[in-house]
Design a protein around this ligand. Structure first.
Ligand code: NAD
Length: 456
């Protein structure tokens, strides 16, 4: 049985029967059998089903937000924000699908025509993360279903109730049961799923698991897409108001209790602004309300996974041992039952410390002083990851020059921790391969077929 734990209080809120090797195989076979009819269903009917799914999210928003908060510990307002944000993503896919999936004639001359069609991949595996289950799930299953694929969806074991709700809503919206199957369980069920000859593997999660999955599926030459972690840096120049930048970046670092793939995880501040920025940043962080995620005014909730408390404790201890100073937080919070960590700000940090190199995935930040743009660029690129990076400056040309040199999938000028459905979402280096979102995030679930057509 899979136990669902409330991370804020520590109690078991549900026990679910896990999928077995046999049930995974049965779901795979059912998906394989059901997919051709789904692909043959007119796009208009598939679009109508996804529109009904969207309406279902709206109708059940409060209940779904409460479930998400209960199992992930996401503060309730942030759970609602995620569901409301999902609506915009669904709208984007619904608006763009027809154009993105339409056949394209790319040549026509003397009776010879060349056409490209977008064929569904077939049956795809979607193994997903817990931190934004609606976002990271829907980035895959909505365009995949619109493109005519069947989806075997393995939500994270930390967001399984949410995954099951997604399944119920899709089925109630007209997506056939076998075209969208939810697989219940953790890594073991993910391993079982990848034994099946699926036509695409779309994974969101950590680099460590992503690398394991890449090795597992490599011999099969299956399409593989990996959306992985980050150690996202931001550089604050001395021409901006330090307090304004600090307010924006404190939110970017601590929103969702710092458990976002694109959380700000490292900040570099030009020396002249350093003290003012740090003072304003600490003030912001100390103003964040830590507490019961079901309360409307809570901004920081528990860590979703108990083991992450230890990871953060080790990062703080390592940094302090190497000369860092803790300005606020730096320790677990002794709240009854759950797993909590105090919002933490460290200075006197450097790249010998794990807190500046390894993904923290919690409410913790290191702030380092830099002399100039060149030093900032060097440090921002001194990482195994490359998901996002940002610059705060009044000068757009300067921002563009810095960001052009930074190796990251997304770059931000005077903003952070932002995802748009209109733009591709991707990482470089250990942050992943492939992309979701944008119109390319629709065709990612198809294979282009080349038609050479000569009239007789
Ligand atoms: P994780 O790697 O622990 O687990 C992800 C999924 O993989 C889960 O569903 C898990 O059950 C499954 N899994 C675990 N071992 C497996 C195996 N051997 N074979 C197949 N499946 C297996 O990651 P997580 O804790 O769920 O998510 C947090 C990570 O995800 C962070 O690193 C975060 O940055 C990253 N993330 C990235 C993005 C992005 O868009 N780039 C978005 C959200 C989260």
């Amino acid at each position: 049985m899979l136990k669902i734990i409330n991370p804020a209080q520590g109690g078991t809120i549900a026990e679910l029967a896990e999928d077995s090797a046999d049930s995974v195989l049965a779901k795979y076979k059912a998906a394989r059998a059901a997919q051709p009819a789904w692909a043959a269903t007119p796009l208009a009917a598939r679009l109508a089903a996804i529109r009904r799914f969207r309406a279902g999210i709206v109708d059940h928003l409060e209940r779904l937000a409460a479930i998400l908060t209960s199992e992930v510990g996401k503060p309730i307002r942030q759970s609602r924000n995620e569901l409301n944000g999902l609506l915009g993503r669904v709208d984007f896919f619904v608006d763009q699908a027809e154009g993105a999936l339409a056949p394209r004639e790319v040549f026509s001359d003397s009776g010879m025509r060349e056409v490209i069609t977008n064929e569904p991949l077939g049956v795809i595996a979607n193994i997903s993360a817990w931190n934004y289950p609606y976002f990271v799930g829907s980035n895959v299953f909505v365009p995949a279903l619109l493109a005519g694929n069947a989806v075997l969806y393995k939500p994270s074991e930390y967001a399984m109730l949410t995954g099951l709700e997604i399944g119920k809503l899709l089925h109630a919206s007209g997506v056939p049961q076998d075209v969208f199957s939810v697989l219940v369980g953790g890594g073991r069920v993910g391993i079982e799923l990848l034994k099946e000859p699926v036509d695409g593997v779309f994974f969101t999660g950590s680099y460590a698991t992503g690398a394991r999955i890449a090795q597992a599926v490599a011999p099969r030459l299956t399409k593989l897409q990996l959306e992985l972690g980050g150690k996202d840096p931001t550089y604050v120049c001395d021409d901006v108001d330090p307090a304004t930048a600090a307010a924006s970046l404190a939110d970017g670092a601590m929103y969702n209790t710092g458990q976002s793939c694109c959380s700000v995880e490292r900040i570099y501040v030009q020396a002249a602004s350093f003290d003012a920025f740090v003072a304003a940043f600490v003030k912001e962080v100390q103003g964040f309300k830590v507490g019961d995620p079901t309360h409307e005014d809570s901004y920081i909730g528990p860590l979703t996974r108990a083991q992450q408390v230890k990871v953060l404790q080790i990062q703080v201890a390592d940094a302090v041992a190497k000369g860092a100073r803790v300005l606020t937080g730096g320790h677990a919070l002794d709240l009854p039952g759950g797993h909590w960590f105090a919002p933490t700000v460290l200075v006197n940090v450097n790249h010998d410390m794990t807190v500046m190199r390894e993904e923290s995935f919690g409410p913790i930040i290191g702030i380092q002083s830099v002399a100039d743009d060149a030093e900032a660029v060097r440090l921002m690129n001194d990482t195994d990851y490359g998901l996002t990076a940002g610059v705060y400056t009044r000068d757009e040309a300067r921002a563009r020059q810095v960001l052009a040199q930074v190796h990251a999938g997304s770059v931000y000028w005077n903003c952070c921790d932002r995802v748009s459905p209109r733009l591709p979402w991707s990482g470089v280096k250990h942050s992943g391969v492939g992309l979701t979102l944008s119109t390319e995030g629709i065709t990612a679930f198809t294979r282009p077929k080349a038609w050479h057509l000569r009239s007789a």
